[in-house]
Design a protein around this ligand. Structure first.
Ligand code: ATP
Ligand code: LTN
Length: 330
């Protein structure tokens, strides 16, 4: 039996980037892989690396948990849990810090980008965040970790830390492999296609929230930044805005980008955007409906309780052995 592990931070409302880069991938993998367990969690401990409003944080934690199910994950094949309910993540994170060098963390591009944007008040938790992420993954002996492109470097450091532990204390952790989609691994901001679509972005015009009203979705797509070429073609360097919209269209309809280019190259941006808005709305409306049903029922707490029990079982065993190997305690 193989194991897949992944998480999403409740640092804002979920975006179409999170859906295409992560959640949709989880659902597709679950539908195609047999004999594979899915451990998916809400990475709330990661969200507090930047300041969060407590009430908003609680709301976003529930939103993500419900959205995993609304997007089509099968509750019988998924161990769904909240990271902060399993103490072993943080404890293993600390143990792994003793195997991680400052220089390695200083090279993390996500940290460098966030630190650049936020010139004061950078927390030490933001700096050590990739080590906690490594703990999230190797605590469960993950075989595969499906993520978007921005997490590739964090997977590399996870593999390095796990390998270092194994070299020092004997083979103990499984070395995980990332799964990154070929297209859609980096959906860009609709207003600034040089920048990743991000839920913690300062302006909401650049992202489509999974819970946006259909009218809002249509408006955001129609006002997405394009260029003056005026022709639908796939050229990420010179036409990054259009290339991004093509990626969204292609992933959501399971088509090749070339097929879509053939269809729209003589039709201009207006038609293309109108049709893309329909594609996005048709994808998100059923998910939104299911999401509301889940929130209105008490199913979610039941699933999260079950998830916590199962995750804890594995985490406690793994961490106890890990501490013994290191020589801690009596
Ligand atoms: P923030 O924007 O607040 O830094 P984030 O959305 O990047 O947060 P997460 O919510 O933890 O961070 O990301 C969850 C998953 O979604 C990760 O696998 C990440 O790679 C993926 N993801 C996030 N943004 C995008 C995007 N624009 N395109 C594709 N995948 C994305
Ligand atoms: N760091 C990730 C979220 C995350 C994660 C994980 C993803 C936390 N722990 C473990 C995969 C596996 C992010 O910011 N997108």
């Amino acid at each position: 039996m193989k194991r897949i592990v992944s998480g999403i931070k409740p640092s804002g409302t979920l975006t179409l980037g999170n859906y295409i880069g992560a959640i949709r991938q989880f659902v597709q993998l679950q539908q195609t892989l047999s004999d594979t367990e899915f451990f998916l969690f809400v990475a709330d401990m990661h969200a507090i690396t930047v300041e969060q409003d407590p009430a908003q944080l609680k709301k976003h934690i529930r939103e993500i948990a419900a959205m995993y199910l609304a997007a089509g994950l099968d509750q019988d094949k998924t161990v769904l849990f909240i990271q902060s309910e399993i103490q072993e993540h943080v404890e293993l994170g600390y143990l792994l810090q003793s195997l991680t060098y400052m220089g390695e963390l200083e090279r993390m591009t996500q940290y460098k980008d966030k630190a650049k944007k936020q010139e004061t008040g950078i927390t030490s938790a933001l700096f050590t965040y990739p080590v906690l992420m490594a703990a999230d993954i190797i605590l469960y002996d993950a075989d595969y970790v499906p993520v978007g492109e921005d997490q590739k470097q964090h997977l590399e450091i996870t593999r390095d830390i796990a390998t270092r532990f194994n070299n020092r204390y004997g083979s103990f952790f499984k070395i995980p492999e990332p799964i990154i989609p070929k297209i859609g691994a980096r959906i860009m901001d609709l207003q600034n296609p040089e920048q990743k679509m991000s839920k913690s972005s300062s302006s909401d015009k650049g992202y489509i929230a999974l819970l946006d009203d259909p009218k809002v979705i249509t408006k955001k797509i129609k006002s997405a930044v394009t260029d003056s070429y005026g022709k639908v073609q796939y050229d990420p360097i010179n036409q990054p805005g259009v290339a991004n919209l093509l990626q969204i269209y292609a992933t959501l309809t399971n088509q090749e980008i070339d097929t879509i280019v053939d269809q729209y190259q003589t039709l201009g941006y207006k038609n293309f955007k109108e049709d893309l808005a329909v594609v996005v709305v048709d994808t998100l409306v059923p998910i939104q409906k299911k999401y509301q049903e889940i929130l209105a029922s008490n199913l979610l707490d039941h699933i999260l309780d079950q998830g916590r029990t199962r995750a804890q079982e594995i985490a406690v065993k793994k961490l106890t052995k890990c501490k013994r190997l290191i020589g801690l305690g009596r």
